[in-house]
Design a protein around this ligand. Structure first.
Ligand code: AMP
Length: 351
């Protein structure tokens, strides 16, 4: 049974109080950079070359960055039930380890993503096995946020994103709990940031729902974060996250009759400016207009980054189709999510 928001926050808060204080190395940006250069030099990782194109949906005005990376078709995907699963984070290759103890309290290691398309894409991985379907706890959130702040401080023009794909339909491929961090592309502003621009931070209540853009067709729940990162601690992040999670889970409840088979899957997107949760119904969809033919050439996997506006096509057919008609992106995002609820009055159960 899902506990109430207050119970969860209280139990997580006690957990935090009982834990040793954590601290992330001041030079973590430099450590990531050096480990990445070494890993490239030794061939431990190969940065996948991509063609990236900015594209605009003429109906909604939404901007997207679409990358084409055919060699990523070789990257491991989620194993089907019955297939042997190996945990790649249990004994990571030494060349991929940025930091064995990221927070100085033996909770997380920081690894490089072995299959990056963005340089220095890293993974915050729990030292002990925890499941990717678990909710984020205050320490996960605080670690993610502090890492973002440290990385952003290196150069204020460089903004970083942390994301979490949770559940089978979220686009995740690995079950060992991990959050991912990378630098947002230059000259790219996530629509969630635009949505939060000029808004005061708040916690949702019966009068004030989380923000949702009515330019897109899929449901998403966004909260602006305080302007000063000093005003953001694990308690505040936990309150934001759990109120959005409660909104996300009650959303699944609403759809239980129509989609009884669905798993509780969602994406989390976190920057220094906002936190966003997206409820998910499918990990993959097809971008061809004739959707009766489920040709794998047109199949696209979508994870958290897709809901920020960063799409990845692994086949020429998918890439060409999207470029010819960018309006299919919104349809695909809806296919893998749930309908937007902007403007629908919240009830006392789902604010
Ligand atoms: P997700 O697909 O969201 O579960 O994220 C898994 C992440 O782990 C992706 O960024 C993968 O590219 C990355 N990955 C998969 N296998 C390995 C590995 N052996 N070492 C490091 N990163 C990996």
């Amino acid at each position: 049974m899902f506990k109430g928001r207050k119970d969860i926050v209280l139990s997580c808060t006690l957990e935090v109080t009982n834990r040793k204080r954590m601290s992330i190395p001041a030079n973590i940006g430099e450590q990531i950079h050096q480990t990445f250069l070494n890993a490239i030099a030794t061939g431990a990782i190969k940065l996948t070359e991509t063609v990236v194109e900015k594209t605009k949906d003429s109906h909604s005005g939404m901007q997207y960055l679409v990358s084409y990376a055919p060699s990523l078709a070789l990257k491991p995907e989620r194993k089907e039930i019955g297939e042997k699963r190996v945990d790649p984070f249990a004994n990571p290759s030494p060349n991929l380890i940025v930091c064995e103890d990221l927070t100085g309290n033996e909770q997380y290691q920081l690894l490089l993503n072995k299959f990056p398309i963005i340089p220095e894409h890293s993974l915050i991985v729990t030292k002990e096995y925890r499941d990717q379907t678990e909710a984020l706890n205050p320490q996960d959130l605080a670690t993610a946020f502090k890492l973002i702040v440290k990385l952003n401080k290196v150069d204020e023009n460089r903004q970083h994103l942390v994301f979490y794909n949770s559940g089978k339909a979220s686009g995740s491929s690995q079950d060992h709990k991990h959050l991912q961090v990378f630098e947002l592309p230059q000259n790219f502003t996530p629509f969630q940031e635009t949505l939060c621009s000029g808004k005061e931070h708040f916690l949702p209540n019966i009068q004030q729902e989380p923000l949702q853009s009515n330019k897109v067709s899929f449901a998403h729940f966004v909260l602006p974060l305080p302007e000063s990162s000093d005003d953001v601690d694990e308690h505040y992040l936990a309150l934001c996250y759990f109120s959005l999670l409660q909104r996300t889970l009650s959303f699944f409840q609403d759809w239980l009759n129509e989609r009884p088979e669905q798993t509780r899957s969602y994406n989390v997107l976190l920057t220094q400016k906002f936190i966003c949760l997206v409820p998910r119904s499918n990990a993959k969809t097809t971008c061809n207009i004739d959707r009766a033919s489920e040709d794998p050439k047109y199949t696209m996997g979508i994870n958290a980054t897709g809901y920020l506006g960063l799409l990845l096509a692994k086949t020429q057919e998918a890439y060409d189709t999207i470029r010819e008609d960018p309006t299919v992106i919104d349809r695909m995002l809806l296919d893998c999510g749930f309908p937007n609820t902007a403007g629908i009055k919240p009830t006392e159960y789902n604010y």
